[in-house]
Ligand binder design. Structure first.
Ligand code: ZN
Ligand code: ZN
Length: 415
């Protein structure tokens, strides 16, 4: 069997053969084996024993298509060429330098861009899906790059009690960030099954890794961290679904938080809400949706529905604004979210990257995104009056403009 580095070198040689400068190829592949994570030496017993694991891969409980077939790849390539810039802002994304109180609060969330959040729950701190890297890619030269800088340096982080990871896609599990956290904190990395192999390969001591299957919990610093179901997939390179994906429930003595990770809408949310809810705060993904992969990335309306299923109090949207991972306009996720929130009476807080939300006294929503979005990313004139917090925040927001489904293609975007 050919080793992975050997395969990478062969691919680099093949790229060079079709005209890519050799220097570029070498730089692009430099560091790839480390960033990819653990080599596939075969799953460990705790992985193969999981009810979610069968025939060599993890599976969603809800069957169905996850990613369209490989065929007709040219369709997606054409779409990529035509629409790849729709997800970019034209203005600078406003950043807030994070300020963390000396003592963790009863319930607060500091959004650090994309899905990275520092939670304060009952006096403890939990960092979720930490990504400070510039690109969400195995290479420093290709792959989606940040649309805004990290709002603050990783050095500014206070000591955290636990680091949670939802799955192994690059926009959620970042090698340089893990290596920084390894030395800056003493916190355990609490992850779904299989990700421990990546972490140990990157130098994280085994006694700082807690791997859980769906519906399993661990108690850290008085918080109960429960690995809960999500509908998604995994993989950092050619391997696929060899590590588990999940959402997380964080229970303190007085407050409860749900972090959605990456997920399509699933009826499992209602079960999680019934067993572990209601949640004072939900952090749910609202971006990177597309009709071609709707089973694994929910849209903003589905996020509001999930929030209701979970018995959510305040919804803070994540998984938008920081990376261009799909074809929708940059600000469309938040516009659609607020329209649906107004329709359903859902309480939403939309922080700027770096902004801390006091969940017990959430701020009024202020529209900071319209001036940042692209020309085709403006809300249409109002057709109906809205009421409630979201309506006050975004006068004129209206229902989403739906695109026709793209031609069949395959997403290589791993988000
Ligand atoms: Zn993602
Ligand atoms: Zn993902």
């Amino acid at each position: 069997m050919t080793s992975r580095p050997a395969r990478l070198i062969r691919r680099a040689a093949a790229a060079a053969a079709v005209g890519v400068p050799v220097g570029l190829v070498v730089r692009a592949t430099w560091g790839l084996p480390a960033a990819i994570g653990a080599s596939r030496r075969g799953p460990l017993p705790e992985v193969t024993g999981s009810p979610q694991f069968a025939d060599g891969t993890f599976r969603n409980r809800l069957p169905g298509p996850v990613i369209p077939a490989v065929s007709a790849r040219s369709g997606l390539l054409r779409q990529t060429h035509r629409e790849r810039d729709r997800g970019r802002p034209v203005g600078a994304v406003p950043l807030v330098r994070p300020e963390f109180p000396g003592e963790a609060a009863e319930l607060a969330a500091t959004w650090l861009g994309h899905s990275t959040v520092l939670l304060e729950v009952d006096g403890r701190r939990v960092l979720v899906d930490p990504v400070w890297g510039d690109r969400v890619s195995p290479s420093p030269l290709f792959g989606p790059r940040r649309l805004h800088a990290p709002p603050g340096p990783i050095d500014d982080l206070p000591e955290v009690d636990a680091v949670l990871v939802s799955h192994d896609h690059y926009d959620h599990l970042d090698l340089p960030t893990v290596q920084e956290l390894l030395h800056r904190t003493r916190a355990p990395f609490v992850v779904p099954l299989g990700i421990g192999q990546h972490l140990r390969a990157w130098g994280v001591p085994a006694d700082r890794v807690v791997e859980l299957d769906w519906d399993q919990s661990v108690v850290v610093a008085g918080l109960t961290l429960t690995c809960t179901e999500a509908r998604h997939f995994s993989g950092r390179w050619f391997g696929r679904d060899d590590t588990l994906w999940c959402s997380w429930a964080v229970h303190g003595p007085r407050h409860r938080v749900f972090f959605g990770g990456d997920t399509g809408y699933t009826p499992a949310f209602a079960g999680i809400g019934a067993r572990l809810g209601p949640f004072d705060l939900t952090l749910l993904p609202i971006g990177a949706y597309d009709p071609a992969w709707r089973e694994v990335h929910m849209d903003p309306e589905e996020a509001v529905r999930a929030h209701g299923d979970l018995g959510g109090g305040v919804l803070v949207p994540v998984h938008w604004a920081t990376f261009n991972l799909a074809f929708h306009p940059w600000a469309e996720p938040v516009r659609r979210l607020l329209t649906e929130a107004a329709r359903t009476g859902t309480r939403v807080a939309v922080p700027r990257p770096g902004e801390r939300v006091d969940v017990l006294d959430p701020p009024e929503v202020q529209d900071w995104w319209t001036d940042v979005g692209s020309a085709d990313d403006r809300p249409a004139p109002p057709r109906a009056s809205l009421s409630g917090r979201a309506a006050r925040a975004v006068p004129g927001a209206r229902g989403a403009r739906r695109r026709a489904a793209p031609r069949p293609g395959r997403s290589d975007r791993r988000s």
